[in-house]
Design a protein around this ligand. Sequence first.
Ligand code: HEM
Length: 729
Amino acid sequence: MPKRSRDAARRPIARTSGQSASAIDKTSLNAETAKTTDLALNTVEPGEAMSGNQGVKISDDQNSLKAGLRGPTLMEDFHLREKITHFDHERIPERVVHARGAAAHGVFQVYEDLSDLTMARLLTDPSQLTPVFVRFSTVAGSRGSTDCARDVRGFAVKFYTDEGIWDLVGNNMPVFFIQDAIKFPDLIHAVKPEPNNEIPQAASAHDTFWDFVSLTPESAHMLMWVMSDRALPRSFATMEGFGVHTFRLINDAGEARFVKFHWKPIKGVKSLVWDEAQKISGKDPDFHRRDLFESIERGDYPEWELGLQIVEEEDEFKFSFDLLDPTKIIPEELVPVRRVGKLTLNRNADNFFAETEQVAFHAGHVVPGIDFTNDPLLQGRLFSYIDTQLRRVGPNFAELPINRPLNPVYNNQRDAMARTVINKGRVSYFPNRLGGGCPMHSPEQEADAFVSYAETIDGAKIRTRSESFSDHFSQATQFWNSMSDWEQEHIAEAFAFELNQVESEEVRHHVMNELLVNIADALAEAVSAQTGIKIAPVGDPEHPTPSAPTASGPLRPEAKELSSPALSQDKPGDTIKGRKIAILGGDGVDAEQLKAVRDSLMAQEALGELIAAHAGTITDSAGKPQKVNRAAPNAPSVIYDAVVVLGGSSAEALTKSGSAIHFLNEAYRHGKPIAAIGDGSLLLDACSLGGAKVQDGVIVGEGANAIEGLIAALLQHRFPRRLIASVPA
Ligand code: HEM
């Protein structure tokens, strides 16, 4: 590969193309705000005088034009027709997958010059802030479905670099269900609501999904992730992100290295529990998008560090798995994740449709210095995303404000539906003399022209999967082995929940005897106990299909010992920023305790919300009014991370409140920290908390001690080892 000069091509971020950019002053563009400035060309503040789309002012927008007071409406009413026809066309097709999403703007900044690894300028210039737009999504549900479904989360990042758009279209899980893109329509058809009755919405707990995966053993590893608490993030800000595939980084000298991309959340990886997630789905289906929006509005900006796992080309074959197989991770213990930069989301979109809905990601949008590998799932994605954008957003999707790059676009593509660029001149072809040969190719030596990595390929045309892709269970076992006791319990319960929704005994049998028994005996046994599905011995005449190992996956004996401790989320965090704490009180609540709790939480940038029987204000023990943040009926325990019960004369009243007792019992069942201050402990006594102890995250005390205990417990996030069998659900 030829060596390429970087300096020749350095350019400030600026828009000079014929796109609607004439108003931008190139020299004054600040990298951080460049995209905001660009979008401002298309943003409109609410105006004073109402007009139609042709600019004519409207005198009456509430009464249609009629023949007489009680007469029929006239065809002539151009305003009525324009208003209603526009409304009739408001929707575009929702995404076939990842339809439910929420997004925000932000910036990315690399910590140090990585030019030894890549020529991508966003990764080599630590002084440069690159604008980004990030969309998080669920996969299976439709646009109006719940945020808290058990599902994979999309984590798609659009970088508006000064060399063009780079889309890192990843997920919150580092592997995928299938190894080849040709199976994607089958996977999605299987997981989506069943086609005869469109049931169930946003759930994998149904026959067709488990039928498909039981016949697709390569899904075993991904199933472990989806059945784990990773599928139930507490918030987008507490999820990891992964590019999944192995990509390539290319430096100036043309040297290539393999890379896996990671996003490490600064707030740590935190999840909900399943019962909590299901209840939130009813109480607040917008739970994640609300959290993202509100945290940005109050200045609590979600942050992640970009991590790289680098593998030298000569080490391609040193692993027990194939780097091109998207059902495999590279354990962090084998190749550490180097944290190289920070992503900060600091601005909400102005308009959900124009930005979050119309944003069009494509795994094939890359910039010089980042390139693909032959991962057959990635290769199919390179086709699929552009195709789906053409259908969903239209052939000029790249011109839309949220999608257009900051640097100029000059080419001979023309016309098509809803074109906004007005290309001047008579030349729309290449080569040409009449246009002075423009736009022309950039010389290969220019660092900002994309040149594909010149990988040597020499192979027969075959529809065959490499033998190196055939170990489907080792990393599923590794995932299981890496979990703590309670994480394993949650995984087994999740499999059991899903399989208990499956009606077909045949499908249930095959999941058990072709997937679970090959992953871990303890998992198979726990699921068997909760589902009644029998573990069938190999050669069982009633079940002629082979049990372990499956036809497609020889088990490696050493897999039983594999473990990657980095995969467990059983680790205390170091911040409680943004966590939401319910403060239960009422008239006569202890004024000093209330102030102390609020001040301490505010000092930690956590949110304390006072909950009382009614909205408005209550009167504290000092006779002062205190604003109630939420009335009890609007404040279910599931939307909080912890609960504090305050003392004062309100404490006795709480013991008589069924909803307060339910609140505490439910918070306890969901493993949340509970603190009772002073007489607040009366409510604990009225509940059935099964001898709750401090080590279980239940703190009883006076003032400061109890608050400190609460904060320490919040750092633990949840106390999933509590005995909850006797606590009412
Ligand atoms: C590692 C595997 C994959 C990952 C990490 C992934 C990730 C994503 C993400 C994050 C989105 C949502 C983008 C947004 O927020 O707008 C998305 C959408 C989509 N994905 Fe994938 N995906 C994967 C595999 C595939 C495959 C194999 C195909 C097809 C062959 C595919 C087709 C699509 C389509 C059609 C959309 C909808 C795009 C749109 O309408 O905007 N994905 N994917």
